[in-house]
Design a protein around this ligand. Sequence first.
Ligand code: ADP
Ligand code: MG
Length: 221
Amino acid sequence: MLQLTDVAKSYPTPQGPLFVLDGIDLRLAPGESLALMGESGSGKSTLLHLAAGLDTPDRGEIVLGARALSSLDEAGRADLRRQRLGLVFQQFHLVPSLSVLDNLTLQARLADREDRDWTHHLIERLGLAGLEGRYPEQLSGGQQQRLAIGRALAPRPELLLADEPTGNLDEGAADQVLDLLRALIGESDCALLMVTHSARVAAPLDRCVHLHHGRLADRTP
Ligand code: ADP
Ligand code: MG
C-alpha cells in the first residue's frame, strides 16, 4: 500500500541544510491504521508530505499503491494522489464559496470517482444531513472537520493521510471526529496514517511509530 525505504529529507536554510529525516523505513499494509508520533518539529508533516508526493526526498524510495513516486512527474503524482489518497489537515482547507455538498463531492468529481450512495452515506454518518446547502462558515469547527474528512473519503481512497486532524478542536469534538474517522475507515477498508501527538488518539490504531532525530522507532501505545 505504502512503503518508504531509506528515505531522507533536508531543507536548505541560510545556516546550511537542515536534516529532518534520515533513513526512514516504513510499511503500511492495506486497511492498516498507523499513528505517527513525535515532538513538534521532528518531521512528521515532512514525512506525510513525502508520502503524498507533495514533496520529493533527497534519497530513498517511496512506493504508493505499487507505483514508485520517483518514476512519476508532478502531473503523474497529482493523478495518483487523486485516485488513491485522501488528505486531511489540521486546517480544514474547505472552499468558502462552495456549499457543504459541493465541498464534499469536490475531490470525488475531480477524480471522476463520484458515488452517489457513498456520498449520501457519508453525509448521514458525518451528521451533515440537512446542512448540504450551507457554506463552510455556517458550520461549527467540528462540522467543518467532519466535512473535510468526508471530502477526503468521498472518492473511496485506499489510504487516508491525516496530519493532526483534530488539532484545532476541543477534546469533546475531537473524540467525536476521531471515532467517526476510525469507523468510516473500517467501513471502506481504507488504510490510515495519522499524525498525532496524543497517546490517547494513537492508542486505538493498529500500530504506532515514533519519530525522533530523523528516525522511526516502533512504540507500543
Ligand atoms: P512536525 O510536523 O513534526 O512538527 P515538520 O515536518 O513540519 O515537523 O518540520 C520539521 C523541521 O523542518 C522543523 O524544524 C521545521 O522548521 C523544518 N521545516 C519544515 N518545512 C520547512 C521548509 N519548507 N523549509 C525549511 N525548513 C522547514
Ligand atoms: Mg506538523
